[in-house]
Ligand binder design. Structure first.
Ligand code: DON
Length: 317
């Protein structure tokens, strides 16, 4: 690998052309329609921020776009649940394996004993993890999650996009089915009110940010839980190791194997078209490209990350 200064120089030079080449791939995808409020997002938008350990950024494309974290938030609720409850309690509720199914699948909850979700990054697993966040009620849990995310994103308070939250909450028949199934299987416990757990889940999915804020969150993971800009240890390194492993094995759902082969970086996608990715000990990366492939990943965003990783030889493998 070239050194960081050389890579940043090349990024400044080539990234605009790479973004335009990747943008063409948006035509192969579709903006998520099952959350009605997301449907209006511009399909061929594409933006990226790459941030190094000194906070220097290369930002190209539609980076002014605010977008909701959606499934990217699941990485960070997992981290907060691990910090709140420890590994044993978290892995009593969710497994450590890729599911091979769609992110919103309910199938294996019934088919595979003991009916716990396969991993914390599919919807079922993330809903179970959300139930473990400490707090006296949904409002306090949401407040703690938002404060944790804001701290990782550089300090400016992040906010929930109320329209996206309401839109999902009003139409989330599949997630409701999953959550009630989890209650039936005792993954959600007697004291867990299903609708309250879902409310916290929908709210953290609807937290809104920019590519630069997403890159800053990724940067903390790239540096084992320490914010390289402030020197603050924000997350125990063991938990970051767990999160990064899930990002490699399950972060792009049932396209994680293909992404590992083509890009080889820990990454997490969301149905808003956001992708968080990182190059260990080097960069945090935030991408937005709303048109999605069938597996729920940004078509243009995936192409752009593959291009960068292959050019710079960033693959971990
Ligand atoms: O629960 C959902 O369906 C959404 N709030 C999040 C799903 C998601 O982002 C899947 N990602 N590709």
């Amino acid at each position: 690998m070239a050194d960081v200064q050389e890579e940043l120089k090349q990024l400044r030079e080539h990234l605009p052309a790479w973004v335009e080449a990747s943008r063409l791939h948006a035509a192969k995808g579709k903006v998520a329609g099952y959350i009605p409020e997301l449907a209006g997002t511009p399909a061929n938008a594409l933006g990226i921020t790459v941030m190094d350990a000194s906070g220097e950024c290369v930002t190209v494309g539609d980076c002014d776009l605010n977008f909701t974290m959606q499934s990217i938030s699941k990485v960070f609720t997992l981290l907060l649940a691990l910090m709140d409850r420890g590994e044993e309690a978290v892995f009593a509720k969710v497994g450590m394996e890729p599911s091979g199914d769609d992110f919103n699948s309910i199938l294996k909850l019934e088919l595979v004993e003991p009916g716990i979700p396969f991993n914390p990054l599919i919807n079922a697993g993330a809903i179970a993890v959300t139930s473990l966040i400490a707090g006296s009620g949904p409002a306090e849990k949401t407040k703690r999650i938002t404060a944790f995310f804001s701290r990782l994103a550089g300090g400016r308070p992040l906010v929930c996009n109320e329209a996206v939250y309401r839109s999902e909450a009003a139409t989330a028949y599949r997630n409701r089915s999953i959550a009630y199934f989890l209650k039936e299987n005792n993954v959600l416990e007697a004291h867990d009110d299903v609708e309250e757990v879902l409310d916290v889940y929908f709210r953290h999915c609807a937290i809104e940010l920019t590519c630069a804020q997403l890159a800053r969150m990724a940067l903390v993971l790239a540096h084992a839980g320490r914010d390289p800009l402030t020197g603050e240890a924000l997350i125990p390194s063991r938990y970051v190791q767990i999160a990064k492993t899930f990002m490699v094995t399950c972060g792009m759902y049932n396209a994680s194997g293909e992404f590992a082969i083509r890009a080889g970086l820990p990454a997490k996608s969301g149905v808003s078209g956001g992708i968080l990715a990182l190059v260990p000990n080097r960069y945090g990366i935030g991408v937005i490209g709303p048109a999605l492939n069938r597996k729920g990943n940004s078509t243009a965003g995936v192409h752009l990350l593959e291009t960068l990783s292959q050019h710079f030889g960033w693959s971990l493998f």
